[in-house]
Design a protein around this ligand. Structure first.
Ligand code: S3P
Length: 449
């Protein structure tokens, strides 16, 4: 596929205020589901076809890692064909596996590679090297895995040839990545692997495993178990659009779609749609239409209309259901009347950037009063005046501030936007075709680099 018109050029964005946006768009495939479909299909015996795959840098990092371990994968547009190698068929990579910016790839692969007969090293870019890995290496260690980290951070050096055993593990915080890493490791472990969770996290791994022949046992609350070792069966997967990518257009629509903006093909897994609940409580007009099933996942189209938003207290129990959408929610809060208060969201400090800090700093640059707390933020809705903000190389922060430009009095310049291609390679073209006015610029520094 020719991506030259879609890849975000190195540098930054200039986002200009616009009066109105409208029309319809289709968001690209879900990142979490694309990673999982690749990883799980690779260890089946037999062929799998994926439709609607997200060919973003993060998912391509997972694909390349699997190719380095002998898995034959072809990609054409958003269609992927994988020839699974079976549970014992992965081969030792000749080099470290570089996962770029992809935290999900690193944590899920840690689970998978802990159970292999060969050694491996998982590394990534400067941002990924600052992200906490003990949360996954510690429970995997309890299963018998041998993983070295650099004081809890990547690279992860995994020693192969271990016999894993099932454990009963309670996650200290709800995390889909850790839960998934343990369940994936559990496919090779002897005995029952149980993951207990203090809250809801996305359940794509469980849905997928269940359709691949795994008997998942659901306990009380968020507990889930599987009995290993178990061989999973190849099947085809249809991947819905990514709710987290749709989120930028949902907020953009609430700020400027006087005649409505239709967002098609949006994954509506209830573990992902907390933002809808929050924005509706703020007064947002979002209609969910044409609900349907895409394989194991619910999908719908969303019709969003410009709305007068009101600040609210966000219930902490909604935080895990909207975990990746907070940067753009903060932009909506900046444009709402009154105070928006978020608590129970300390996890936002451990994402691709410290999202509480980076968003708070950026919104202040744009003239909005904010107060950062240990586990949240208070945002006083007001008038965005425009200015220059730094995304700190965080894709979701970059796109959120690009959306903020719509409703600003003057242009918003967003620095360091290259990472947008990790999750949403065609963000710019979709945004501009809906009436946003975002231009990419190239810095001389990035040209040198
Ligand atoms: C993801 C889970 C979430 C989310 C991340 C993707 C996944 O993290 O923030 O972007 O695909 O499993 P948690 O592990 O904190 O739930």
């Amino acid at each position: 596929m020719d991506h030259t018109s879609q890849i975000t050029p190195p540098g930054g964005f200039i986002s200009r205020p616009v009066k109105s946006i409208s029309g319809e768009l289709t968001v690209p495939g879900d990142k979490s589901i694309s990673h999982r479909a690749l990883l799980l299909s690779a260890i089946c015996e037999g062929h799998s076809n994926l439709r609607g795959f997200l060919d973003s840098d993060d998912c391509l990092a997972t694909m390349n890692a699997l190719r380095s371990m002998g898995v034959h994968i072809t990609l054409e547009s958003t269609d992927v064909r994988i020839i699974g190698v079976g549970p014992k068929g992965l081969t030792a990579p000749t080099e470290s596996l570089d996962l770029g910016n992809a935290g999900t790839a690193m944590r899920l692969l840690a689970g998978m590679l802990s159970a292999q007969s060969f050694d491996s090293v998982l590394t990534g870019d400067e941002s990924l090297k600052t992200r906490p890995m003990k949360r996954v290496t510690e429970p995997l260690g309890q299963m018998g895995a041998l993983i070295d980290t650099v004081e809890g951070l990547p690279p992860l050096s995994i020693q192969g040839g271990q016999n894993l055993r099932g454990i009963d593990y309670t996650l200290p915080i709800a995390s889909a990545q850790v839960k998934s890493a343990l369940l994936i490791a559990g496919l090779w472990a002897n005995g029952r692997t149980t993951v207990r969770s203090p809250g809801i996290s996305r359940d794509h791994t469980e849905r997928m495993l269940a359709t691949m022949g795994v008997n998942l046992l659901k306990g009380s609350g968020q507990d889930v178990s599987l009995d290993g070792p178990v061989v999973i069966k190849a099947r085809d997967h249809v991947i819905p659009g990514d709710f987290s990518s749709a989120a930028f257009f949902i907020v953009a629509g609430l700020l400027a779609a006087r005649k409505g903006l239709l967002i098609r093909n949006v994954g509506m897994n209830p573990t992902r749609t907390g933002l809808l609940t929050i924005l509706r409580k703020m007064g947002g007009s979002i209609d969910v239409i044409n609900r349907r099933e895409f394989g194991t996942e619910p999908v719908a189209d969303l019709l969003v209309r410009k709305s007068k938003l009101q600040g609210i207290k966000v219930e902490p129990n909604l935080v895990p259901l909207a975990i990746d959408e907070f940067p753009v929610l903060f932009v909506a809060a900046a444009c709402a009347d009154g105070f928006t208060t978020v608590t129970g969201a300390q996890e936002l400090r451990y994402k691709e950037s410290d999202r509480l800090h980076v968003m708070s700093e950026g919104l202040r640059e744009l003239g909005i009063k904010t107060k950062e707390t240990v586990d949240g933020i208070v945002i006083v809705g007001g008038s965005l005046r425009g200015g220059c903000v730094d995304s700190h190389g965080d894709h979701r922060v970059a796109m959120s501030f690009a959306v903020a430009g719509i409703a600003s009095q003057d242009i918003v310049q967003v620095k360091r936007t290259d990472e947008v291609s990790t999750s949403f390679p065609n963000f710019l073209s979709l945004a501009n075709s809906s009436g946003l006015a975002i231009e990419a610029y190239v810095t001389t520094e990035s040209l040198k680099g």
